[in-house]
Ligand binder design. Sequence first.
Ligand SMILES: NC(=O)c1ccc[n+]([C@@H]2O[C@H](COP(=O)([O-])OP(=O)(O)OC[C@H]3O[C@@H](n4cnc5c(N)ncnc54)[C@H](OP(=O)(O)O)[C@@H]3O)[C@@H](O)[C@H]2O)c1
Length: 349
Amino acid sequence: MAPLNVGVVGTGIFARDGHLPVFQAHPDKFKVVAAYNKTKSKAIDFAKLAEFPEDKVYDDMDSLINDKNVDYVDALLPAQFNLDAVKRCIAANKPIQIEKPIAANMKQARELVEIAEKTDLPIAISENWSFLQSINVAKKHLPRIGEIVGFQHNSTGPFVLHNKYMATSWRQHPEHIGGFLSDGGVHQLALVTSLVGEFESISALTSQVREASGDDDIVFSTIKIRDSKCIGSFSYGSAFGATDKWIYLKIYGVNGSIMVELSNKAAPVVRVKVGSDAEHSGEEEVYNVTEDKSFGVYEEFTNFYDAVAKKDKSLLISTPRAAFHHLACVAAFIESSARKGDHVDVEKY
Ligand SMILES: NC(=O)c1ccc[n+]([C@@H]2O[C@H](COP(=O)([O-])OP(=O)(O)OC[C@H]3O[C@@H](n4cnc5c(N)ncnc54)[C@H](OP(=O)(O)O)[C@@H]3O)[C@@H](O)[C@H]2O)c1
């Protein structure tokens, strides 16, 4: 199949450092041909890096969307602008991929799912953690550990003073619910829910440790999984003092357990133990996982490429409906915490 022509909307940090290198590493599939950014000079710089002519830097989003040479739009905007970008693309009959979180709040997220599900156009949310090979490796072994009855997810780490993302004003004064809890938390939720199932209800406490975070930046919670007797815990935050970065998901079954270790993203490990009890425990099996250096972005792009090239949105993995659930979990963390940890139901689509 020929490469698809991509128009980029929002040429900020992640467009430049995250998406563009992946597009450029795979010229068989992608060619970046146009851009639009609120501050035009940044889009001109981006055009130089992406090696397309300056006359393909547009002054407004609709001109880019309506460029007949653009096969699909890749939007990297603060979440409050996602719904508008999707509406514009649907009006112009153009597929669009938007960055996570799906929206700034649940009202917008619901409207976005509604309109996305009414069109045949592929519309996807860029939640790259949904595409980790570690998930595929763990999934392969899940049936071996029997019914899943518990899980523990921990993603905690030290506050990073010189974080390039921290300097963006939309993160310092977030319009999106949960601030960093939704900004990064939806990645964690994509990983956990793809392996243990959707969250049904949550009891959580959230808190703001760092003023620079702009909103609450840590959460500790207990979870009930939908249509399952599985219960578990979910802890997230990178706002602490010096400590190791510690990311793991442990899944407990009645016939064994699986541990997904992502603390060292360059060398993830999946550990499996099979057996019904301590007396019948197999040896620990250790599977070293190779992740693409883009940590799921390449696989996410390839999935969108397939859906656009084959005109088949049913191929999409990171759908608006899936991303709705991840943001709904964040909304439930916040609601539960405001009610001193009461157990609250996660909004269903
Ligand atoms: N998947 C991941 O791991 C990951 C990692 C990082 C970021 N992201 C996502 O990528 C997106 C961009 O984040 P970033 O870190 O690159 O931030 P950023 O550098 O601030 O980029 C945001 C971009 O949106 C543009 N923008 C702001 N307000 C706008 C408006 N009203 N209309 C149109 N454009 C507007 C900004 O333009 P100006 O420059 O003119 O302000 C800027 O180019 C976010 O959705 C973020 O969640 C994802």
